[in-house]
Design a protein around this ligand. Structure first.
Ligand code: SAM
Length: 376
C-alpha cells in the first residue's frame, strides 16, 4: 500500500470501489500467521486474488492488508487481536506539529466517531511511546470535538442502543500514523485489542490470567453469570499448580483437578477441590459435568481429539482449553485440530459454538471456547 508524506500534498487516494484496506493487530512474532489466516478467510468469502501482498514487518505486532471488497470477521480470526478498517497512512509527521496533517487527513475520512483511541504496537518500542500518546490524546481530542468529527458520549451506551464507531490513531513510531476505524460489533472492545487482567494475590500461578482473560473474551457478562455459577461442576485437566482451578472455585464451582503435580497455596486443601493424580488423557468423570478446562502441554491434535471425545460422549457442556502451537505451519495445524473437533461433534449430531483466539496472555498457544448450543 502507498503512503503519503504530509509535507507534500494530499494522502493516499480513497480506496477504489472494490478495495478494502485493513489494519490488524496481533502478538508480535505472529504477523505471518495473522495475515495468512485473514487471507484464507477473505478467499473463503470471495475466492478472488488479493490486490496487494500483505505488508508485513516481522515482530511489529501488526499487519496491513488490501483486499478486493471482502469483509473480515473478527470473531472467526484466531491471530487477530484487533480488526480495523484502514483509511490512510501518514509518514514523516513533523515533530513540531503532528496535529495539522492528521486533522487535514481526517477531513477526508467519512463518518463521525464516538470513541478515539491512540494506540501503539505491543512491542518494547511501542511501550516507549505511551507517554507520547498520553500527551497527544487531549490535543487531538479537543481538535476533533471542535471539528465535529468526534462526539464523546457522557453516559455509557444503554442496552439495545447502537454502539458508537471508534476512531483509531495507531503510531508504529512517532513520525507515522495509521488512521483507522473499527466497527464495535466486529472488533475487540479494548484499547490495543488487549483485555488486561490484574494478578489475584491468592492464585497459585500466573496461568490464572489466561483463564480470566478467556472468560472475558469469550463470554459476555450475562453468559458469565449464567454459565459460571455456584454449585456447578468442572474438571481441570493438567491443573497443577492451580491457577485455572482457582478461577473456577472463586466462582463457587466444584473442581476435579487432574494432574500428577501438586496443587499449591490455597488449592492444596480446598473444600471445593478434589485433586486426582491421574493421567488427564485417561480420566473419565463418573458423571457429566458442566465445564472442562484443559491446559496440558501436548500436541494440538492430541488435545483436540480428547476434547472432541468428551463432547461426543456428552460428558460436558462447555470447555475452555489451550492448544500449543507448533513452530511452523501453525495455521494448518490449527485447521487440522479444530477441524477434527468439529467433525466429531457434527458426527455426533451436536449443536455447538466454537471460538478461538490467541489471547494477550497466550504465548506459543491459543485458547479455545467450545459450548453446546440449543438446536435452532
Ligand atoms: C501449563 S501447566 C498447567 C498450569 C495450570 N493451568 C495453572 O493454571 O496452574 C501444565 C500441567 O499439565 C500437566 N500435565 C501434562 N500432561 C498431563 C497428563 N497427561 N495428565 C495430567 N496432567 C498433565 C503438567 O503436570 C502440568 O502441571
Amino acid at each position: 500500500m502507498k503512503t503519503n508524506t504530509p509535507q507534500k500534498s494530499g494522502h493516499r487516494p480513497t480506496p477504489t470501489q472494490n478495495e478494502t484496506l485493513w489494519l490488524l493487530y496481533c502478538r508480535p512474532g505472529f504477523e505471518q500467521d495473522c495475515a495468512q489466516e485473514a487471507l484464507q478467510q477473505a478467499r473463503r468469502l470471495r475466492p478472488v486474488t488479493v490486490i496487494e501482498q500483505p505488508a508485513i514487518v516481522p515482530d511489529s505486532g501488526y499487519v496491513q492488508l488490501t483486499l478486493n471488497g471482502q469483509d473480515l470477521h473478527y470473531r472467526e480470526l484466531i491471530f487477530t487481536r484487533q480488526l480495523l478498517r484502514l483509511h490512510v497512512v501518514l509518514q514523516n509527521l513533523p515533530e513540531r506539529d503532528r496535529l495539522t496533517p492528521i486533522l487535514t487527513a481526517l477531513n477526508d475520512v467519512q463518518g463521525e466517531f464516538g470513541v478515539l483511541w491512540l494506540e501503539v504496537p505491543d512491542t518494547n518500542d511501542g511501550k516507549m511511546m505511551t507517554a507520547f500518546t498520553r500527551r497527544f490524546q487531549p490535543l487531538i481530542e479537543e481538535a476533533l470535538l471542535a471539528q465535529g468529527k468526534l462526539s464523546l458520549a457522557s453516559v455509557p451506551v444503554a442496552v439495545g442502543e447502537q454502539k458508537p464507531s471508534r476512531l483509531h490513531l495507531f503510531f508504529p513510531d512517532k513520525s507515522t500514523v495509521f488512521i483507522a476505524s473499527s466497527d464495535p460489533y466486529n472488533s475487540a472492545n479494548a484499547l490495543m485489542g488487549i483485555i488486561r487482567q490484574s494478578m489475584p494475590a491468592e492464585a497459585p500461578s500466573r496461568s490464572t490470567l489466561k483463564l480470566a482473560e478467556a472468560i472475558e473474551v469469550f463470554l459476555d457478562k450475562s453468559e458469565q453469570t449464567r454459565l459460571l455459577r455456584t454449585g456447578m461442576r468442572a474438571v481441570d485437566l493438567g491443573a497443577a499448580p492451580g491457577g485455572w482451578t482457582w478461577q473456577l472455585v472463586k466462582r463457587g464451582i466444584r473442581v476435579t483437578a487432574v494432574d500428577n503435580g501438586p496443587m499449591k497455596g490455597v488449592l492444596a486443601k480446598h473444600p471445593l477441590v478434589e485433586h486426582l493424580k491421574q493421567d488427564g488423557f485417561k480420566y473419565v468423570p463418573p458423571r457429566a459435568v458442566d465445564w472442562l478446562v484443559c491446559d496440558m502441554v501436548e500436541k494440538p491434535d492430541k488435545v483436540a481429539n480428547l476434547i472432541g471425545d468428551w463432547f461426543a460422549a456428552e460428558r460436558v457442556k462447555h470447555a475452555i482449553f489451550n492448544l500449543k502451537l507448533p513452530m511452523k505451519q501453525r495455521v494448518a495445524a490449527l485447521d487440522s485440530a479444530l477441524g477434527s473437533i468439529r467433525k466429531k461433534l457434527d458426527d455426533a449430531g451436536l449443536s455447538y459454538r466454537l471460538t478461538a483466539k490467541q489471547l494477550y496472555h497466550d504465548r506459543e498457544e491459543i485458547t479455545v471456547y467450545l459450548t453446546r448450543t440449543k438446536r435452532g
